[in-house]
Design a binder for this molecule. Structure first.
Ligand code: ADP
Ligand code: MG
Length: 670
């Protein structure tokens, strides 16, 4: 696509983007501009003239008679290839509308406050294309400067429908984003006023990157998670290594097992075969040096899944080894997990990569690009009460991708919620599609989000499309929760595990606990997580007073503690719970131990809460045990046990609870 403004504008105009009427002049004869309505704008164009105003290549507010002199001045300074004369649009709110093609996620629409202050304001919103009309409106509403659209300097409001129409023309179904020949472009500014919008500048952005068509293969991953038998290649008869460690794990798990060894008849007591070709298994773990992996995998004909644990491929600057490995897997007709990953964990399927025994089988799945992190989430999560259905690590994801696994897990009968830890979304588009299609709750933790992409600084749009912002758009548009710590990943999964199958009817969130600074801070914590705490419904206040509760705010302050009545919290929830989707109850744990051992009142409080949850399955009760580290050993565990039996998740901090409740959002709301 050619680069000059008038050429870009001609293309966009043909596609329905409003642009000013104008003429192009190359020989300083401005006769053709006579038919344009004053005031006029003169712009010089030519090679290297990118930021025109900075170069003095834009003159505004001209009459026809001014053109020649203005052009002569520019001609002398800039030696342009020609001039664009156009009608000057009436002043209004200056917006920016941009389209970039992200290497991973494909076409992304940017919209926000534009004009000369674009860079300073950095007030823009992103969405992956195609967008729906609701997306366009939410983008505009999310701007800090959204108020400008309601009326500019006391003037009438901007024609927001016209802005939405423009955003749909660029990013909606069948929009300009589908026209690959248009590449990336930026309209800055688009002047928006009461009578409509007009793109007074248009720039084609140098750049490339359009993702290839996503590959979707329908693989049944059940044998990966529940293999009938497993092979381990790489264990040693003399020097125990990773392979030997896995033989140990699998032996403990009790899954039928065979070792692959070129010469030995058995390895560490496990019968051995010389090659994968002789192994009748659903899953083979390969832990030989990177250089030898392809050779081993090539023998895996008839083995549906091979996992390559070894590193030293693409991540180590050896992409050719990785390509060879993928080719070997394709030739053998097997699906490849990794390389550079830890494996699969599924208590139900006797699949594991962690030592120390397996936890209970459950309903939470995890897809992780990092094996180490997956191991931590399993150990810490199980300690906190998570029970996993399937955990799968994908490492470099050279063949099997997170998107494919998510699609399968979304329909897995054992799985009710999915967590993802990702670093490099090779197939971002496909992942986005899988996230959108997944009907179960999903939480995303993305590592390395803060790095600004390698985008050309030539455009405002490029500078404002960072990986972090694209992930935010992905999560928002796909209805997934995006968290920023491992702790929150576990906390949100715990929330989904406890409450995922509830069908709630209310809408608001109620926080209830003892009075004081903690209640004040609770409101801030929820605000930060994007959760509004609505005022209490007026018609319930009498019922509250009847219980002796005088304060009537949200957070609601009630006397809970060692001297309070354990059952009060349940009565308060009963009196108020009708309109609420979530009730978050908090206690200050040390308060129960300051005047001697009041363990029993703490348990009684927890049991009362459990009773309230059982009585009202249509709300989601969450418990925050603040300062729990002050409890005597074992007490917190018992509180968690009572709560878990009632399907109540427990958090140690209000911030963690707020993130989980926010992630729960309207999931499961009828
Ligand atoms: P550049 O972004 O290359 O510096 P623009 O074409 O955006 O140049 O022009 C600079 C500014 O001049 C714009 O931000 C806008 O405020 C104003 N402007 C340019 N063209 C018009 C026009 N046709 N009508 C009204 N204002 C214009
Ligand atoms: Mg401009």
């Amino acid at each position: 696509m050619s680069a000059y403004e008038h050429e870009v504008k001609a293309l966009l105009a043909a596609a329905g983007v409003p642009v000013p009427r104008g003429v192009v002049v190359r020989d300083l004869d401005f006769g053709a501009a006579r038919e344009l309505n004053e005031p006029l704008v003169l712009k010089a164009f030519g090679p290297g003239l990118v930021h025109k105003s900075e170069a003095g290549a834009v003159a505004l507010g001209l009459r026809f008679a001014d053109l020649e002199a203005a052009a002569a001045g520019m001609e002398a300074r800039l030696e342009p290839a020609g001039f664009l004369v156009e009608e000057q649009a009436a002043a209004g709110v200056e917006l920016i509308v941009g389209l970039v093609r992200d290497p991973a996620f494909g076409p992304v629409l940017l919209a926000g406050l534009g004009g000369v202050w674009t860079e300073a304001l950095r007030d823009t919103a992103l969405r992956l294309c195609p967008i729906a009309e609701g997306d366009a409106r939410r983008m505009l509403a999310s701007l800090r400067g959204a108020g400008l659209l309601d009326g500019w300097r006391g003037g009438p409001p901007v024609d927001v429908d016209a802005v939405v129409k423009l955003l749909m023309t660029v990013g909606g179904p069948g929009g300009l984003w589908e026209r690959l020949e248009l590449g990336e472009f930026e309209l800055n500014p688009v002047i928006a006023g009461p009578a409509g919008v007009i793109a007074v500048d248009a720039r084609h952005l140098p750049g490339e990157a359009s993702p290839g068509e996503p590959v979707t293969r329908a693989t049944d991953f059940l044998p990966l998670f529940e293999p009938g038998a497993v092979a381990v290649a790489g264990a040693s008869t003399s020097r125990p290594n990773f392979g030997n460690m896995f033989l140990g794990f699998y032996r403990a798990a009790g899954v039928p097992l065979v070792a692959v060894h070129p010469t030995a008849a058995e390895v560490a007591g496990v019968p051995a075969v010389p090659s994968l070709a002789a192994a009748e298994v659903d899953y083979a773990l390969v832990a030989v040096p990177a250089e030898r992996c392809a050779e081993v995998v090539r023998q895996a004909r008839g083995v549906p899944f091979v996992q390559v644990m070894s590193g030293g491929f693409g991540e180590a600057g050896r992409p050719e080894l990785e390509e060879e490995l993928v080719a070997a897997a394709r030739a053998a007709g097997t699906r490849l997990l990794g390389p550079n990953c830890m494996g699969v964990y599924s208590p139900k399927g006797r699949q594991t990569f962690v030592g120390g025994g397996m936890g209970p089988a459950g309903t939470v799945a995890l897809i992780s690009q990092s094996g180490g992190l997956a191991g931590e989430v399993i150990k810490v999560g199980e300690r906190r009460g998570l029970a996993f259905s399937r955990v799968v690590t994908v490492g470099n994801a050279a063949d099997v991708t997170p998107a494919e696994l998510l699609r399968w897990l979304a329909h897995d009968s054992e799985t009710r919620a999915v967590g993802l830890y990702l670093e490099d979304p090779r197939d971002g588009r496909e992942l986005y599609a899988a996230l959108r299609d997944a009907e179960l709750p999903v939480v995303l933790l993305v590592g390395g989000r803060t790095g600004q992409g390698q985008r050309a600084a030539a455009s405002h749009t490029g500078g404002m499309v960072s990986d972090r912002r694209i992930w935010e758009a992905v999560a928002e548009q796909a209805g997934a929760a995006l968290v920023s710590t491992q702790d929150d990943l576990i906390g949100v999964l715990a929330f989904f595990q406890a409450h995922g199958s509830r069908v709630t009817s209310g809408d608001g969130v109620l926080v209830v606990g003892p009075s004081g600074g903690a209640s004040v801070l609770a409101a801030d914590a929820f605000d930060l997580a994007g959760v509004r705490l609505d005022a209490l419904p007026g018609d319930r206040l009498d019922a509250l007073r009847g219980l002796g509760v005088v304060a009537a705010g949200n957070p609601l302050e009630v006397p809970v503690g060692p001297l309070g009545r354990a059952g009060l919290v349940a009565e308060v929830i009963d009196a108020l719970a009708g309109p609420y989707r979530d009730v978050v109850a908090h206690v200050n744990v040390p308060a129960f131990f300051t005047y001697g051992d009041r363990t029993e009142p703490l348990y009684a409080y927890t049991r009362a809460l459990a009773g309230a949850q059982a009585a009202r399955p249509g709300i989601r009760v969450t418990l925050v045990t603040r300062n729990g580290e002050c409890a005597p050993p074992g007490v917190e565990d018992e509180v968690r046990r009572i709560a878990a039996a009632a399907g109540i998740p427990v958090y140690r901090t209000m911030e963690a609870a707020a993130v989980a409740v926010a992630a729960g959002g309207r999931h499961g709301t009828a």
